[in-house]
Design a protein around this ligand. Structure first.
Ligand SMILES: CC(C)(COP(=O)(O)OP(=O)(O)OC[C@H]1O[C@@H](n2cnc3c(N)ncnc32)[C@H](O)[C@@H]1OP(=O)(O)O)[C@@H](O)C(=O)NCCC(=O)NCCS
Length: 165
């Protein structure tokens, strides 16, 4: 971990004003899971978040000036390759540029740790996220068939996307 990984960082947003990124703590997981359950059909569990924090993944939350949780991301750092495992914005705050801010912050973490690329998987049906990633500069590098669980015991494929850092 670098000092910058544990220090809260202020980010400016035209509508929200001063926002703060800070390392995700175990105490925050209940609030994180509340957002997670609201924005995914197959959300991560509380245990998934706890395990991720204990595994040492880079995880940060984004809060507004009144300390309301707006979003979060988790990144796994491997050799020269950062894997964006989770990126989420609270439902009421999507489409306002916060996802882009989370991408800015997560790619900055990757660069600070000398990662050369950022990888992610996204459901083939998640058109909003795919659009946000493409606009940000990610490109499709492959597909994983039946990667995600879907409704009625079905499976859904993932698009694998990559961004040079
Ligand atoms: C996918 C996700 C993280 C994207 O976050 P988001 O906050 O909705 O994305 P953004 O608002 O940054 O997306 C950019 C859009 O906001 C607009 N925007 C950017 N800055 C803005 C601002 N300051 N004010 C208003 N709109 C703004 C952009 O024009 C763009 O809209 P457009 O693509 O229609 O032109 C979020 O929708 C989410 O959490 N979805 C549910 C969970 C999920 O699917 N996660 C991804 C799993 S792979």
């Amino acid at each position: 971990m670098t000092a910058a990984d544990v220090r809260p960082q202020v980010a400016r947003h035209a509508h929200y004003g001063a926002l703060q990124f800070a390392p995700m703590t175990v105490e925050e997981i209940d609030a994180v899971v509340e957002i997670e359950n609201a924005v995914y059909s197959h959300p991560w569990t509380r245990g998934n978040f706890v395990d991720s924090l204990y595994s040492g993944y880079q995880a940060q939350t984004l809060r507004d000036a009144s300390n309301q949780l707006l979003g979060y991301f988790l990144v796994m750092l491997a050799v020269e390759e950062a894997h964006l495992l989770n990126i989420s914005v609270a439902a009421a705050h999507q489409h306002k540029g916060l996802g882009r801010m989370l991408l800015d912050q997560s790619t900055a973490v990757g660069r600070r740790h000398a990662m050369r690329t950022m990888l992610l998987e996204v459901r083939e049906s998640n058109t909003h996220a795919i659009k946000v990633y493409k606009r940000y500069g990610f490109s499709e590098i492959g597909r994983r068939k039946n990667y995600y669980p879907a409704a009625n015991n079905a499976r859904e494929g993932a698009i694998v996307m990559s961004l040079p850092l």
